[in-house]
Structure formats: C-alpha cells, structure tokens
Design a protein around this ligand. Structure first.
Ligand code: ATP
Length: 318
C-alpha cells in the first residue's frame, strides 16, 4: 500500500469538468508536485485527497483510509499547510503552535518547530503583527507540529523572500529524508525542479505528464537557445524579418514573455541560423543563452500543446 493512491478521479462543477480521470500513486518519502495553469483542477484534486471535497467518481486512499470519511485516525497522521489558514490574529506564534500541537498524538517540540521555520525572534509576537511571509512560515509550522506522515503543501513559499524560500526547501528535503510523503502544489517551476521527485502536470482536469523533473525537462527536444531583441518584439515582426524561414523545421520559436526561446534538437544549426539572421538583418541579440531545457521549458511546451478549459469560470465557489 502506498501512502497516497488516486484512481480515475472525476469531479464536475456544473458544466465545468474540473477533474477528468486523474490517477496517480505517491510513494512513501516521495515529494510529488502537482503543476498546472490556473483553473486546471489541482486544488480540487488535492482537496478531495485531503477529504475536504467529495469526488463524483473514482477512488482515493490516504494511508489506506478513505479521506472522505474524515476519520480522526487519519486526520492525526496528516498535515495540511494551506495558503490562507486564517487563524486567531490575537494569539501569539507560540500559543498557536502549542494549540495546534495538542490536536495530534505524535508531536514535535514547539520551540524546535518555531526555530525550524525561522520564527524564533517572533515567538511571542501576535499573529496580527506578522508580515505576509512570516504568516506563511507560521502556516508551515502548524502543518509540521503534528509530525505528519503525509504533508500537503499548497503553494508553500508564496511571499517568501529568497532566503526563506531556500530554508523552506531545506525543511522539505529533511522531511523527505525522514520518510514523510509530501504532496506539493506550486506555480514556481524552479521549486518543483528543486524539490520534487516526480511532477504531474494537470491541464483541464487531466494529467498530461507524469515524470521526474529531469525526464520531463528532456521531453523531446535537446537544447534551448534563449535570446532577447531590443526590437522587434512580436512574433509577426520576427517572422517578417525571415527568422522562421532560416530556422526551417528543426526548431520551434516561442515567447516566454520576457524574450524568445528556440527549442531545438540541432543546437549548432539553430544557433548559426539565429546569429546569421541577427547580423544580416541588423537585429541585435541581447542575452543570448544556450542551455539544457529546464522543467519550465517543458511545462510551457506541454501546457501550450493542450487546450485549457473551455467551460466558464463564473460558477460560484462553494
Ligand atoms: N466550488 C466551485 N464551484 C464551481 N466551480 C469551481 C469550484 N471550485 C473550482 N471550480 C472550477 O473548477 C476548475 C478547477 O479549479 P481548481 O481550483 O481546482 O484549479 P487550480 O488548478 O487549483 O487553479 P489555481 O492554480 O488557480 O489555484 C476551475 O474552472 C474552477 O473555476
């Protein structure tokens, strides 16, 4: 038995098929990341696994239990770190952690957990006086204090400064080393790349990819050539200046918002084509870079290939 087993999960809200046949299993001590665009169905999947929503069909087991039954024995063995937990703003950090600790039979030391998340200096501060990032650290402390076997992390580092982020990553790695199973949702692809043993990409309620970050990154193409141009900036302008003709079939041109990426399986030829084009057409290239594809490259490619939900997003949230 694996700590998390999900089989053929379906969930609709009115016309929107939010989850459309999702299956996966998570191993003990594995960090498993769910990625996908806004509205893809990640929260719905996670909340069904947590027992906070009911599926229309499919089967979910967490530590062998059906989470929909909300049994105390299961609740005591899992930890949930929500994006906005909403706790008593007048309590102090230490009071809240202690209160939370009392809900669990397996407990970590209050001060040790506060130290772990880097809030020792704020131990006696009231929650209301904490910064956004400090509140998120407190969320993490509350999720950890019951020494959970399975930990759910929902975008755990939103609002963290870079140092706090690294610290949170190191906490997650230590948890994994101790055998904790972690289900992570994040929009930070570098976070998934750093932390996750496996990544599942959800688009329009379906899993479109499930693999290790490095396998996903290698998805199909070999190399990414990234560059910026001071101008022109839109694809039509690049095309009208003949870049695509020079590239031929061997490379795909994509915008990543800040600049351009060419994904190619023939780096030498593509690089030659781009630099020739730049010199001949007098379009200076900024920050040109040749690199192995990252998880982000693969993600953008995969999500681009799959249409997102056609349904409206106007249904009222329960
Ligand atoms: N309670 C609800 N009532 C109606 N529709 C809902 C409800 N919850 C979610 N949806 C819809 O289901 C789809 C999936 O939503 P979900 O919150 O699971 O996506 P997500 O992948 O977590 O998105 P995000 O990255 O924005 O958090 C969306 O189209 C959303 O509008």
């Amino acid at each position: 038995m694996r700590p998390i087993e999900v089989r053929d999960l379906h969930k609709a809200y009115g016309d929107v098929q939010a989850v459309d046949g999702v299956s996966f299993e998570i191993e003990r001590g594995e960090v498993f990341a769910l990625l996908g665009p806004n509205g893809a169905g990640k929260t719905t999947v996670v909340e069904i696994i947590e027992g906070h929503r009911t599926a229309d069909s499919g089967e979910v087991r967490v530590l062998g239990h059906d989470p929909g039954r909300r049994e105390r024995e299961l609740r005591e063995r899992i930890g949930i770190v929500l994006q906005e937990a909403g706790f008593d703003e007048d309590a102090t950090v230490a009071e809240l952690v202690r209160l939370h600790r009392n809900l669990y039979p397996r407990r970590l030391d209050v001060d040790a957990v506060i130290e772990l998340v880097g809030l020792t200096a704020k131990r006696a501060a009231r929650v209301r006086t904490l910064s956004g990032g400090q509140k998120r650290r407190l969320d993490l402390a509350l999720g950890l204090v019951g020494d959970p076997e399975v930990l759910f992390l929902d975008e755990p580092t939103v609002g963290f400064d870079p140092e706090a982020r690294r610290q949170a990553w190191s906490i997650v790695r230590d948890l994994r080393a101790n055998g904790t199973t972690v289900l992570l949702t994040t929009h930070y692809l570098d976070e998934a790349q750093h932390l996750a043993d496996r990544v599942a990409i959800v688009v329009a309620g379906r899993l479109v990819a499930l693999d290790s970050p490095s396998e996903l990154a290698a998805h199909g193409r070999e190399t990414v050539i990234a560059f910026r141009t001071t101008e022109p900036t839109d694809a039509a302008a690049l095309t009208s200046r003949g870049l695509l003709e020079l590239l031929g079939d061997g490379a795909a041109l994509e915008s990543d918002g800040a600049g351009w990426r060419l994904i190619t399986d023939d780096a030498t030829r593509t690089l030659h084509a781009v630099t020739t084009w730049s010199l001949e057409r007098g379009v200076p290239l900024d920050a040109i870079e040749v690199r192995r594809p990252t998880l982000e490259d693969a993600y953008l490619e995969l999500v681009g290939e799959h249409p997102v939900h056609a349904g409206t997003d106007e249904a009222v949230r329960a």
